[in-house]
Design a protein around this ligand. Structure first.
Ligand code: 13P
Ligand code: SF4
Length: 304
């Protein structure tokens, strides 16, 4: 912490001068999560918070699609992303043409698009979802066939929760969660009996099956806080366990984890630089933003 202290102090001073609010995803490093964030949360929580920001500037400590979502929902604010290259394998897997292709293949079926996508893709979709509300959104669609893009594993996991729908999906995946295998989890459990295994729904369905619980990053935090198991393995990004470990001294976080190279592009140094220079403002074409806002707002209204 000593090496982070000067950055944390400088950012917190500059944040006040700029009338800025820092929204940080649960995958940010502990020095960002605990040192400078005003609000922390999962994708849905951050999207809802973005609508309520009253300051002049939002600094999005997360990946580019999250900053775009904040800009779409609160367009009069300056939304800074400390590194424009903080992308996402899911967002990169599909374009608006891909949505059109799915619509042509399944005429009349609504398109439910994960928030991990560009504004153009959201604009071409009927409604968005996050990992915390995907099943609820799909259930609410007035059609037996529902197109889910771009995460095939989230879609397959939702298909099992909502068997009354025929769900078809795009072939995208998250490079962090697709690496886990059910075999890893079974072996870990065998050698570490009593471990509560908790997987994010971007993991393949057999991995989710091998876990005791599956939920969004916010859902995972709620579950571990409520259950306080002696040993917990979080089958998700590494910073999750680091960020909550201090608040849960009775829980031993065990097992391997995977790092998201995109999330890890956001550092204290880059946050300070973006607040200092006000560079890295995210812009969304107003016509695209208007259409994307309809899809995101429909999701927020349905999740309320
Ligand atoms: P949630 O925080 O909504 O669970 O999303 C996880 C994720 O991978 C974001 O990129
Ligand atoms: Fe994208 Fe996966 Fe990284 Fe989240 S963890 S930003 S879904 S690559």
């Amino acid at each position: 912490w000593a090496i982070h202290a000067p950055y944390v102090a400088a950012i917190n001073t500059l944040k006040k001068e700029r009338n800025a609010v820092i929204l940080a995803h649960n995958y940010m490093t502990p020095e960002i999560y605990h040192g400078i964030a005003d609000v922390v949360g999962d994708s849905l929580q951050l999207a809802v918070e973005a609508t309520q920001v009253e300051g002049d500037v939002i600094v999005q400590c997360g990946v580019h699609f999250m900053a775009e979502t904040s800009k779409i929902l609160n367009s009069s604010k300056t939304v800074l992303i400390p590194d424009m290259a903080a992308g996402c394998s899911l967002a990169e897997s599909i374009t608006a043409e891909g949505i059109a292709e799915m619509r042509a293949k399944y005429p009349g079926a609504p398109v439910v698009t994960y928030v991990n996508t560009t504004a153009e893709v959201k604009a071409a979709s009927d409604i968005c979802c996050t990992s915390s509300n995907a099943a609820q959104i799909v259930r609410a669609m007035d059609s037996e066939t529902v197109i889910m893009t771009p995460d095939k594993y989230l879609a397959q996991n939702v298909a099992r929760q909502v068997p009354e729908k025929r769900i078809v999906w795009w072939d995208g995946s998250c490079i962090v969660h697709e690496q886990y295998t059910a075999r890893d989890l079974h072996e870990f459990r065998e050698w570490n009996p009593g471990t509560r295994i908790i997987a994010h729904p971007e993991c393949p369905p057999d991995v989710v099956d091998a876990a005791d619980f599956s939920g969004s990053t916010g859902g995972i935090i709620d579950y571990v806080t409520r259950e306080q198991p002696e040993k917990a393995m979080l089958v998700t990004e590494c910073s999750m366990a680091s960020n909550i470990a201090d608040a849960l001294p009775g829980v031993d976080f065990v097992g391997p984890c995977n790092m998201c190279p995109y999330m890890k592009k956001i550092t204290l140094e880059k946050v300070l630089w973006s607040l200092h220079t006000m560079q890295g403002a995210v812009e969304v074409d107003p016509a695209i933003a208007d259409r994307a806002r309809v899809a995101v707002q429909r999701m927020i209204d349905l999740s309320a």
